[in-house]
Design a protein around this ligand. Structure first.
Ligand code: NA7
Length: 536
């Protein structure tokens, strides 16, 4: 649907076609019966899985928890790997689209730029001159949409293939045989690219590393159809547990504190978590890990010994797994790896330690005198807030969001912004978002939005709008809790520290999915923190 120069009126406009957008479309259209339109910049659904097609791309959150809890969707869908790859996730989105009949209300290849509110309606302009008008606006623009391109000198003079990992060519296969490839960055993305490309022995790979990734083992394995079908009997319990625990995954909890255990018990528990693989090592670990430097050092020591035992090349080992702890484990987003450390160890892989030799300049042929056929920028995103600011959205007084948030991010419950009536965010800053599991936290937020709109309609309410005082308090609560943890000590994107000029603040709600859900639900009871306007 949709063609140039038209203006589309709808009750609900959703921006973004990832998990947040499709779940919101399903809930608001199919459960509330509202006229709903979803716009998406890409040519299909999938969100990050539409854009991320780099070699080795794979989700770090495991099946079966990384999916929507919508029965019609999960009953006939089986993931084939514990950590599905990008192509399988796109097939999942296509399945959800078919089952829920989503596409008929979606407009693809549509980038919104310029959003404003007047006379009780939002207007969203597209970059190609179209217009959407709505009463309820839902921003499901994702945490990792706006790509971060560091300002490396002369980068644009490079004549080879310069590819941000989220911008892989979609219509041609890249051939890595006998190619000289540089990968800059080793967050989750750089790790996966290096891990994958290192397998191609004729590919000469150079990994540029500034902060080593403290990655945890994946323990990847095939999920058979029998296993999936057997697990389906318990899916609902698992989905519910994901929403009622702290971390968004139904992992076992550590029932003893660090102080209650001796070293032998601590090591045994670490070993157990390590061997199971996945985020359990972070989420099911001692909570003191992210609170106490000594506990963190103990766990780092456990980590570094395991990782070093997998590498033979001494200098490489000292760069990626130094015996002397240089960062607190878990305070930057850990990668989840399969054979990353073995990959780095291979003779076709070289590491440039950017702490010792930072990039001086790109040239036409490569970087600092080295020649490359391809350079991957695995340099991340202007995470959590970048995609919202890019909308060029103004509040009811005409103030741009970037001006409102110049000194810091202010939301009420991570769901709304003062001065922006009937506007709701999904997978947003100041919610558990990146320290949780995507689908359950998205469902918690969208279910809230659905219930809020239903209550508005039932109670004859025209507009709800967060109060700034509530947002200010919400932000302060997040920063206060953050200051009791080790998170502020890392230059992470959780802290907004990866993008020059971005305010340094904790962007993720840290108290847990369970507490977050409770706070949101309480506010819904009496509209606490909202200005409410009833219909005349
Ligand atoms: P991340 O996690 O932001 O990682 C970006 C990487 O790029 C990281 O290693 C950075 O090093 C490096 N980087 C960024 N800017 C520079 C400059 N200027 N110089 C050198 N190195 C740089 O992004 P990902 O795409 O890996 O992951 C994003 C999320 O997607 C991930 O967390 C999951 O949620 C999925 P640094 O650590 O800043 O020293």
């Amino acid at each position: 649907m949709g063609s140039a120069s038209e203006s589309i009126n709808t009750e609900v406009l959703i921006i973004g076609g990832g998990f947040g957008g499709i779940y919101a479309l399903h809930q608001l259209r199919d459960k509330l019966g509202l006229q709903t339109v979803l716009v998406e910049a890409g040519s299909d659904f999938g969100g990050v899985w539409y854009w991320n097609r780099y070699p080795g791309a794979r989700v770090d959150s495991e099946a079966p928890f990384y999916q929507l809890s919508v029965h019609e969707v999960w009953k006939d869908w089986n993931f084939t790997q514990r950590f599905p790859d990008d192509a399988e996730l796109r097939r999942y989105f296509a399945h959800a689209d078919r089952v829920l009949n989503l596409r008929k209300d979606a407009v693809f290849n549509t980038v919104i730029e310029g959003v404003s509110w007047a006379d009780g309606r939002w207007t969203a302009n597209t970059t190609d001159g179209r217009q959407f008008k709505c009463k309820y606006l839902i921003l499901a623009t994702g945490s990792s949409y706006k790509k971060h391109y560091p300002d490396f000198p002369n980068m644009r003079s490079y004549k080879g293939e310069l590819i941000h990992a989220a911008d892989m060519p979609r219509h041609k296969e890249l051939d890595f045989k006998s190619k000289r490839v540089a990968v800059i960055g080793n967050g989750s993305t750089g790790l996966q690219i290096v891990q994958e490309l290192a397998r191609e022995e004729t590919c000469q790979l150079t990994s540029y590393i500034r902060t080593p990734n403290i990655a945890f083992p994946m323990d990847q394995r095939v999920r058979t159809e029998e296993e999936e079908n057997a697990a389906k009997s318990f899916y609902e319990a698992l989905f519910t547990a994901s929403k009622t625990c702290k971390g968004g995954f139904p992992y076992n909890q550590m029932h003893k504190s660090w102080a209650e255990c001796d070293d032998a018990e601590r090591l045994a528990r670490l070993e157990e978590l390590w061997n199971r693989g996945g985020f359990g090592f972070l989420i099911g670990n001692y909570k003191e890990m992210l609170l106490d430097k000594e506990v963190n050092a103990f766990i780092y020591d456990f980590w570094v010994r395991r990782v070093r035992s997998r590498m033979r090349d001494g200098p490489k080992r000292d760069i990626v797994a130094p015996l002397k702890q240089a960062q607190f484990i878990g305070t930057k987003r850990p990668g989840i790896e399969h054979d990353y450390y073995e990959a780095l160890d291979r003779p076709n892989v070289e590491i440039v330690n950017l702490l010792e030799t930072p990039i001086q300049t790109f040239t036409e042929e490569g970087i600092d005198g080295r020649q490359y056929d391809m350079v991957f920028l695995a340099t991340g995103y202007d995470a959590l807030t970048g995609s919202l600011l890019d909308l060029q959205i103004r509040d009811k007084n005409g103030v741009l969001l970037q001006d409102k948030w110049k000194k810091g991010t202010f939301t009420w419950l991570g769901l709304g912004i003062d001065g922006m009536p009937n506007m709701f965010m999904v997978y947003s800053p100041q919610a558990p978002t990146s320290l949780s599991n995507g689908p359950p936290i998205i469902e918690i937020q969208v279910d809230w939005i659905r219930d809020a709109i239903e209550k508005m309609q039932r109670d004859n309410i025209d507009n709800i709008e967060p109060r700034f005082e509530a947002a200010d308090k919400w932000r302060q609560g997040i920063q206060d809790l953050n200051n009791k943890t080790l998170y502020p000590l890392a230059n992470s994107w959780y802290m907004g520290a990866n993008v020059p000029g971005k305010p340094r603040e904790q962007l993720v709600y840290l108290a847990g999915v369970d507490v977050y859900n409770k706070a949101c639900r309480e506010a819904l009871q009496d509209w606490n923190g909202f200005e409410v306007t009833y219909k005349a």
